[in-house]
Design a protein around this ligand. Structure first.
Ligand code: DLL
Length: 432
């Protein structure tokens, strides 16, 4: 079943012609309406007139998360503010968040992409879909919500938290599809079992659409076998729009909507484009984005691109599983965390010295993040009440900057390891 058969099964050469036309138009649009992008192109010595084939995308300069941060909040818009109908936000690399703006058309093609994606994993009007991604500034909840409504599913906007109630709702309403992070589904799976629920006997769940954090084939096999369901990978980032691309029923990579987005895979070290099939960092160009330019944006996610026609008949290219990042971003309980944000928050607290360590583990099914921090000698004391109050303050500051609750362990001056070369600030003990 296709949502938009003309586009989804268009011969690849034809799709590339369409991509070229969209690219040229989009580059021209941002060049003429966006000072940041105009200057960036000028610096690179390139103008829209230089874009005369799809390969010419390679002449265009890259964009980075730092560009969004430097232009926060509104220095990156290509449309008048009245044309912006929504904002979402995700973590920046330090103090400031990444703000993404959407025009009505931006929301429309986002929903179209999700309608194609959900249809490709067999979701439709017969389904009751529980959206257990966070609703709010995070793109997961609202993004999946509009896509699910578009395909005619009955949507249950459960958002995150209150696991027992989520399970009761699934049972009472006969939920057939859930969209959430893979780690949350694992948690639901074990919590329900502890409540005496047999997933096959007591639930109508058939499918799960899982993303927003890395997961693996072995996790898929485990969840599918334990719950008697099919699990589909969904990929997306706030900069693109939000969750966007899922696997089809063959589960062999997430289908990209080629008319909406162009993917390049770059050599991790040199940034040079690689041929399909090679593993490297993904750069995306949003071909229709109006509110702000998203052109050759360096995603920092490492994956592969497959341009072969899929067994499902779709000709749209596919990306493989995300198998790493070229920066140090962590995803903890579905929230993106940059070590630089932790440092930024800590260094503003007068009692804290300059050594810290982030330790991430998975306990049971949930991620646990502990930040170990050294106190300055003058702040270190054996007065427990004082130490507890400093710890509580550090925890609340970290929560304010990271949007996630973390535990803090205070250390005596000199207690954390020192490094001769590059400091190691993160120990991630999770296995996917
Ligand atoms: O996580 C959007 C999303 C919501 C995707 C719901 C899927 C489902 P951000 O908060 O901007 O957006 O985080 C984007 O999350 O660069 C990847 O590193 C990671 N990520 C997203 N999906 C996957 C996935 C949303 N399926 C960052 N596998 C990306 C691995 C993923 N990593």
């Amino acid at each position: 079943m296709y949502w938009n058969p003309r586009i989804e099964t268009m011969p690849y050469e034809e799709l590339q012609k369409l991509q070229y036309r969209e690219l040229k138009q989009n580059v021209y649009f941002h060049y003429t309406n966006n000072k940041f992008y105009h200057d960036r192109m000028k610096e690179a010595g390139v103008s829209p007139l230089d874009i005369n084939s799809l390969e010419d995308v390679r002449k265009l300069p890259f964009m980075f998360k730092q560009d969004l941060r430097d232009n926060y909040p509104d220095g990156m818009f290509s449309v008048p503010k009245n044309d912006i109908v929504r904002y979402h936000m995700s973590s920046g690399t330090s103090g400031k968040p990444t703000l993404v703006a959407y025009t009505r058309n931006d929301l429309e093609y986002w929903t179209e992409a999700l309608a194609r994606s959900f249809t490709s994993c067999g979701i439709g009007p017969d389904d009751i879909m529980q959206i257990s991604y966070g609703y709010g500034l995070f793109t997961g909840g609202l993004g999946a919500h509009y896509g699910a409504e578009r395909v005619g599913a009955t949507v249950l906007p459960a958002s995150t938290g209150n696991t027992q109630r989520q399970i009761e709702m699934m049972q009472d309403l006969g939920v057939t599809v859930i969209a959430c992070t893979p780690s949350y589904l694992t948690h639901l799976c074990t919590t329900a079992r502890a409540m005496g629920i047999d997933w096959r006997r007591d639930m109508k769940l058939k499918k799960a659409v899982l993303g927003a954090e890395p997961w693996s084939e072995s996790m898929r096999t485990k969840l599918q076998n334990e719950m008697g369901i099919r699990c589909y990978d969904i990929y997306g980032t706030s900069e693109q729009a939000g969750p966007m691309f899922t696997e089809c029923e063959y589960q062999k990579g997430a289908h990209i909507c080629g008319d909406i987005m162009l993917v390049e895979i770059l050599d991790r070290d040199t940034g040079e484009p690689l041929e399909p099939g090679n593993e490297g960092e993904m750069a995306i160009t949003m071909l229709k984005k109006e509110a702000m330019p998203m052109i050759r944006y360096r995603m920092r996610d490492v994956t592969t691109l497959n341009v072969e026609e899929c067994e499902c008949g779709r000709t749209s290219p596919r990306i493989g599983r995300i198998c790493g990042r070229t920066d140090d971003m962590l995803i903890v309980r579905g929230i993106n965390v940059f070590p630089s944000q932790v440092e930024y928050a800590l260094m503003r607290i007068p009692e804290i010295g300059d050594q810290y360590m982030i330790v991430v583990t998975r306990e049971g099914d949930l991620d646990r993040m502990v930040v170990q921090v050294e106190l300055k000698p003058e702040a270190f004391t054996d007065n427990m009440a004082r130490m507890n109050s400093i710890r509580a303050h550090v925890e609340s500051e970290l929560k304010r900057y990271l949007n996630i609750a973390v535990e803090v362990e205070l250390k005596a001056p000199g207690e954390l390891p020192r490094f001769d070369g590059k400091a190691k600030r993160v120990i991630d003990k999770r296995v996917y």
